[in-house]
Design a protein around this ligand. Structure first.
Ligand SMILES: Nc1ncnc2c1ncn2[C@@H]1O[C@H](COP(=O)(O)OP(=O)(O)O)[C@@H](O)[C@H]1O
Ligand SMILES: O=C(O)[C@H](O)[C@@H](O)[C@H](O)[C@H](O)COP(=O)(O)O
Length: 226
């Protein structure tokens, strides 16, 4: 069972930040550029805390979610580094069959994802049970996936890197050395169920630069009541 001592896990200090994370193809926006609209959703800044998250207060576990190429791994690395919380890359928990399937451009089914989501949920639960904080990446595209991961625990916050397909596709096209082909983005958006205000979610704007996104996320988390 993967847990905080899993070989997939890196310590915060060892978290490697992809050097290519600054290769945005759209002009980055700054925290002052408010309000703006992302895919039909207005943000009062670069980050928006859902009602449920504001009610729950500061989380112990961050699950960085979003479609492939939205910048989950990049943001998760930054958050892990800044918070000194351990980091688990959710992709490393996929069964080999899933990696092979995605590599050949075939979207995963709910059944394919189930064991992977359960493993991610176990990592999260191990952290909660051992009173440890942590950061993990997982696309978490559907509400029931998020429920599997969080187990309904309101100390688990989904940091949703939210954006329009037009902003994410160029990044995915430019990314190299990853098993996920850019042709999968349509199916990722088709599967995506937007988190609701009743879910513990901090939505952040995909168009922001890496530094702005990290700062906006940390500021928003800081702004929650303890
Ligand atoms: N804020 C950002 N601005 C510009 N490019 C970014 C940003 N965050 C990530 N990227 C780049 O976008 C690509 C996808 O990022 P990645 O973190 O691998 O996404 P995911 O983990 O969601 O698949 C990478 O090439 C990464 O360097
Ligand atoms: O559920 C899925 O269809 C996949 O798991 C996908 O959503 C996930 O994003 C991949 O693991 C690709 O990896 P990246 O998100 O890092 O591109």
């Amino acid at each position: 069972m993967p847990g905080p001592t899993s070989p997939h896990q890196t310590t915060a200090a060892a978290a490697s930040l992809p050097a290519s994370a600054h290769d945005g193809v759209t002009a980055p926006i700054a925290p002052g550029d408010v309000p703006h609209d992302v895919g039909g959703f207005s943000f009062p800044g670069l980050a928006h805390a859902s009602r449920a998250l504001r009610d729950a207060g500061r989380p112990k576990v961050l699950v960085v979610m979003g479609v492939s190429g939205s910048g989950k791994s990049t943001l998760a690395g930054e958050l892990s580094f800044a918070l000194r919380w351990p980091l688990v890359e959710g992709d490393s928990l996929h069964p080999q069959a899933n990696i092979l399937k995605m590599s050949t451009g075939v979207p995963l089914t709910d059944a394919d994802r189930q064991p992977w989501l359960e493993d991610i949920g176990r990592v999260v639960r191990d952290w909660i049970d051992s009173d440890t904080c942590g950061v993990i990446t997982c696309s978490s595209l559907k509400r029931r996936y998020r429920d599997t991961i969080s187990g309904g625990n309101t100390r688990v916050c989904f940091v949703y890197v939210k954006g329009a397909q037009a902003d994410i596709a160029p990044r995915l096209n430019r990314r190299t050395g990853h098993f996920m082909p850019s042709t999968m983005l349509d199916s990722q958006f088709a599967a995506l169920e937007e988190p609701g205000e009743d879910e513990c979610v901090l939505s952040v704007d995909v168009r922001a630069s890496r530094d702005s996104l990290t700062k906006a996320t940390l500021d928003a988390l800081d702004g929650l009541t303890a």
